[in-house]
Design a protein around this ligand. Sequence first.
Ligand SMILES: [Ca+2]
Ligand SMILES: [Ca+2]
Length: 258
Amino acid sequence: MILNFNIWSRCWLASFTKFVSLSFGMRSLFVGFLLGCTASLASAGQPFHDAVHPAAPQRIPGPVFCAYYDLGGEGIAYHDTEAENQGSGKLNPADGTYLNEFRRHEGIDISFTKQLNDLDSPCNKVIPPLGLLYIGWNEPGEWFDLTVETTESGTYVADLLYTAHNDATLSLTINGGSNAVSCSLASTFDAAETIPWRQWHHWNVARDAVTLKLDKGISVLKVRNVEGGGFNLATFVFRPAGAARSSPSITAVKTAGG
Ligand SMILES: [Ca+2]
Ligand SMILES: [Ca+2]
C-alpha cells in the first residue's frame, strides 16, 4: 500500500465532509474519518485488473502498458480534460468486443492498433503489434498513474513505443515525489504520408526515453503530459541500466481472444 500526501489529503477531506454533513459529535467524526480513509485507500494506487489481465502490478523489468493505468477514476488514478472516452465506445463502437469497449466508461482516451491505421503506414519507424491498446488524445496537464512492482532495487531504463504528431514532453514522478524525470518525444509527422489522418499513427520507439531509480517492491509512476498534444502512448519497456535489450522488446497486450 502506498501512502503519500495526496492519499492522506483525500482521506481528511472525505472525513471532514462526512463530519460536517452528518454529525456534531466525536463518535461521528471518528466514524466519518474511518469511512473516508477506507474509500480513499481502496481506490488509490490500485493496479488495474480485469477478467483478461490478472490482479497484479505490472513488473519491472519488463513491459509496462500505459492502457493498464491504475483503477480509481478521475482525479485519483488519472486526469483527463474531458470525461468522455474518445476511443473506446466512440471511435471504436461498443460492439461487445474486448478491444472496442476497453475501459470505455473512463475519461482517459483509449484505442488500439489496427491494420490500415497503424501497421500499413509506410511512414512507420517501427511496426507495432496488431491489437495493442494505447492511450491517445493526450492534452497538456493530463496524467495517469501506473502501479508497478520492481523485482530488485536499481536503475532502470525504458524504451517507449509511441506516436507524436508534434514534438512533445512527458514527465515521470515516483510515489508522488517532486523530482520529475523528463521524457522528450520527437514528432513522427511525415510529409510523405498520403492519408492525412494517419499522421497521428506513425509508430516509433524512443530509445532510452527515461531512466528511473526504483526501490524493490511497489511504486506508483505518474506519467504527465507537460507539453504537446496529439501523441499516443503504448508501452514502456524497462530493463536494468546497462543491460542489453531483450527480444522482442515490444509486446502486445493480451486480449480476450488470446
Ligand atoms: Ca477523455
Ligand atoms: Ca485525453
